[in-house]
Design a protein. Structure first.
Length: 552
């Protein structure tokens, strides 16, 4: 394919590669991820630089991966013998294509989709974009195979200019961004190894995950000097089970779950307030009780978890905040249930007996301490449960662990246990108080000024890429105490650690996002805007790279 690329213009190269990459199905969790990684490796092997330097191109197998994912590394070493290195990284997995419905058979064909959208009358904006010829459609076109294409073309660009390259470029293409981030988590260890072997100074990591309009008519090209973080707070809710004939004596965990969802879901008072940043509130992602068949007994327990974005907030702050909300929610439920029971007794002319509707609210860490006070060692129970449910989906395995721990308490009192399950993504942004961070942000602003005058594009630099990103795992600012506030509330952490905190802290690569531009990521109308993404953005990244490698 190199022979095709070499004779094309910059934008033609990016478009050809984007279309080619889109055609290769790489839905997260399928063998397509490995297939696309193999294609990227074989493509890079045709570049003259890697023919001459085959040891600068290699594959890392992701350890214990269920679909044999591979990370691709390509190192371009400049002739100036500098340690300064820019990391380009992008993910190759996509979400599925069920949303395409009857068009699933052409979901990976950009030209067929363009033709379809040109004639369909359901969405005037989509139709106009297709007719304009400026947009490229297809699953992954925006998120983020166009991003891979840009990085590949720029890698080729610098391999052809080795003598002028004042530092180095390291390309990393990985999978599993759309789920558990196994690719980048494995890459962290490899980045650390490569840094030591070649004595590199990682100046920054440039991700080019997609950006999109934030409001109708928005034409701004947003650049980000950091990325949002995320935790998945979970609530295991154990009620007081009763027959429906005694319903007013029970505490239904579904009622508590509903009150928690009402109190947390899209609650803007729980969202941070940061000027100029797009801040998202918590979102309920899962709510289900433990019944798997019909009967006339109320549920024993309910599972509930939320997507919770973090920007500058610390994990212990989130924990304390959610504890406060959960305790207030349980007080509301307690008051409502007690009032309903009293009203029932009055109507039925029954004596009102003393009955507690209190629900204990604790963190997992607090509950484990309570068990130890009772003389119970939970460690062996955790280990046995992990083995028993080894193949279970990660979040469900976490709930099974907490369920097993709850069963150790002989009182079986109504209780809400707050804990965390994967994934966890650290939040980070470039620290301008450091010399490296100050230089990095200055270079970005200088490039914005240059490209604004040359292209008439409108750019805006912000701190936090508002969506989830692999860039979260390249630097980490939490203290050891703050890390422990997460790990001690993560069931089974001592046996199943998922995040290499220390290695991320050791790497400490400032992470920025200079993304392709488009619309409708993760939708069947997903499309990337070619004039900016295929021409201006690659040049912008080239210029940022060159200028950063020049800095002293």
């Amino acid at each position: 394919m190199y022979e095709q690329l070499v004779h094309l213009s910059l934008e033609q190269k990016v478009e050809l590669l984007t279309k080619t990459l889109v055609k290769i199905e790489s839905v997260n969790g399928t063998e397509g991820e490995e297939k696309l990684a193999e294609f990227v490796k074989e493509l890079l092997q045709t570049f003259p630089y890697f023919i001459e330097n085959p040891h600068h191109l290699w594959v890392q197998s992701v350890p214990q991966d269920p679909v044999n994912r591979k990370n691709i590394f390509a190192f371009v070493k400049g002739k100036k013998q500098s340690a300064k290195t820019i990391v380009y990284h992008a993910h190759l997995d996509t979400v599925g294509v069920d949303d395409y419905g009857h068009l699933k058979h052409i979901a990976y064909d950009a030209d067929e989709l363009k033709t379809y959208f040109m004639i369909q009358q359901k969405d005037a904006e989509v139709q106009a974009d297709a007719a304009s010829g400026d947009w490229l459609f297809g699953r992954g076109a925006l998120d983020m195979k166009s991003g891979i294409a840009v990085h590949l073309v720029n890698t080729l660009y610098f391999t052809e200019r080795i003598k002028e390259l004042e530092g180095n470029v390291l390309l990393v293409i990985n999978g599993d961004e759309e789920s558990e981030h196994r690719g980048i988590l494995a890459a962290v260890k490899e980045l650390k190894r490569v840094k030591a072997e070649y004595q590199l100074d990682y100046v920054t990591a440039i991700n080019n995950d997609f950006i999109a309009p934030l409001y109708e008519g928005d034409q701004t090209r947003y650049l980000y000097t950091g990325t949002a973080g995320k935790v998945l707070p979970c609530f295991y809710i154990h009620g007081r089970t009763v027959h429906v004939g005694d319903t007013l004596l029970g505490i239904d965990p579904n009622v508590i779950a509903s009150e928690l969802t009402r109190s947390i879901h899209n609650n803007m008072s729980l969202a941070e307030e940061l000027e100029g940043e797009m801040i998202l509130p918590p979102t309920c992602l899962y709510q289900r009780d433990g019944k798997d068949a019909y009967n006339v007994q109320t549920a024993v327990y309910t599972h509930l978890y939320f997507n919770y974005f973090m920007y500058e907030k610390k994990i212990n702050e989130v924990t304390n905040e959610l504890l406060k909300v959960a305790r207030q929610a349980c007080k509301e439920v307690e008051h409502r249930l007690a009032h309903a029971y009293e009203d029932f007794c009055r109507r039925a002319q029954l004596p009102n007996r003393t009955l507690s509707f209190e629900v204990e609210v604790v963190t997992l860490h607090q509950y484990l301490l309570d068990l130890q006070i009772q003389g119970i060692d939970p460690r062996s129970h955790i280990e046995q449960t992990l083995i028993k449910y080894e193949s279970l989906e990660a979040r469900m395995k976490a709930f099974k662990l907490v369920e097993a721990l709850q069963a150790l308490d002989a009182s079986h009192k109504p209780r809400v246990i707050l804990f965390y399950a994967p994934p966890y993504l650290p939040h980070n942004h470039v620290d301008v108080s450091t010399e490296k961070g100050h230089e990095l942000v200055n270079v970005i602003h200088a490039c914005v000024e240059k490209f604004t005058s040359e292209t008439n594009e409108k750019f805006e630099v912000r701190k936090f890429f508002p969506y989830l990103s692999d860039g979260s795992f390249l630097s980490f600012s939490e203290t050891q105490e703050e890390i422990q506030s997460f790990t001690r509330n993560f069931p089974g952490w001592e046996f199943d650690q998922t995040i290499p905190f220390q290695e991320i802290k050791d790497l400490d690569i400032p992470s920025i996002n200079l993304g392709v531009y488009g619309k409708d990521g993760h939708k069947w109308t997903e499309r990337v805007y070619k004039p900016y993404s295929f021409k201006i953005l690659p040049q912008f990244i080239q210029h940022v790279t060159t200028e950063l490698l020049k800095t002293k």
